[in-house]
Design a protein around this ligand. Structure first.
Ligand code: ADP
Length: 254
């Protein structure tokens, strides 16, 4: 399998000398192309910090993060911004759609800086919206559709530039259980049929059970990993719950 990301001995401290918080403690792991990975852990375990440093949104205190051969910890702000645009997609808990644009415009806008022609942009937007089942509502504005539909729009926007990886931070956090299930099925479809590599932060075992691999964080360290393999999702869920019952915390929530 092709290695996409290698995080090597990553540490992240917040605060100043007298008041230091160690958010990440010598984190080392790989992400391969085509994986659908969850990062789990109790509140405060370092999940969001890890996602943010992997996504160049935050800087590491020490260690390295390689995308292929490129060490992104050495990039300056402009280079990081270009790197994000060219390589990364994001799905946030709060959707982050623009209220004054239709769903179609929200998605095509993300592609407008790519140098592609109008025709290419509209045909790619249509293709992705159809695949995610939201083409019928292309002329609606975000406030006119459900949370689940907004989140599928956010997925389409994340996918449109064919990023190397999509980062999702608690993407089901604002959704009811039916919409959550649909979003997780959408992620599975994106991963299995559209070639998307996805890394999702969640504290919710049900959401994590849709993934192929789970990294468990505790006190800023990776302390356990589960691989789904051929297991049924229900069996994988039980396995996840077993790990969480050992670690405690708020990990059952959601
Ligand atoms: P999680 O996403 O698992 O809830 P975080 O990555 O948000 O955990 O936080 C990890 C640790 O780092 C926590 O102790 C948190 O209080 C601390 N932390 C996170 N962000 C900051 C910040 N900007 N300034 C100071 N401490 C922070």
């Amino acid at each position: 399998m092709e290695e996409l990301i290698y995080a090597e001995d990553v540490e992240k401290y917040y605060g100043s000398k007298n008041n230091l918080t160690k958010a990440l403690d010598r984190v080392t792991f790989h992400v391969n192309r085509g994986e659908f990975t969850a990062i789990m852990g109790a509140s405060g375990s370092g999940k969001t910090t890890l996602l943010n440093v992997l996504a160049t949104v935050d800087t590491v205190t020490s260690g390295h993060i390689y995308y292929g051969k490129e060490d992104i910890t050495g990039l300056n702000e402009d280079q990081k911004s270009d790197f994000r645009k060219e390589n990364l997609g994001f799905v946030f808990q709060e959707f982050n759609l623009l209220d004054t644009l239709t769903l179609e415009e929200n998605i095509s806008l993300a592609m407008s800086l790519s140098g592609k022609t109008k025709k290419e942009i509209s045909s790619r937007t249509k293709e992705i919206m159809e695949r995610l089942g939201i083409w019928e509502m292309r002329q609606k504005f975000p406030y006119q559709v459900s949370g689940g539909q907004k989140q599928r729009c956010a997925c389409a926007r994340a996918l449109i530039n064919q990023p190397r990886i999509i980062f999702a931070d608690e993407p089901t956090g604002a959704l009811d259980s039916k919409s959550s299930r649909m979003l997780l099925e959408t992620f599975t479809q994106m991963n299995e049929h559209m070639g998307a590599t996805i890394l999702m932060v969640t504290h919710d075992a049900f959401s994590a059970s849709y993934c192929k691999r789970i990294l468990f964080l505790k006190d800023g360290q990776i302390f356990h990993e589960l691989i789904r393999g051929d297991k049924k999702r229900r069996d994988f869920l039980n396995e996840i719950l077993d790990v969480l019952s050992v670690t405690g915390g708020d990990s059952y929530a959601g």
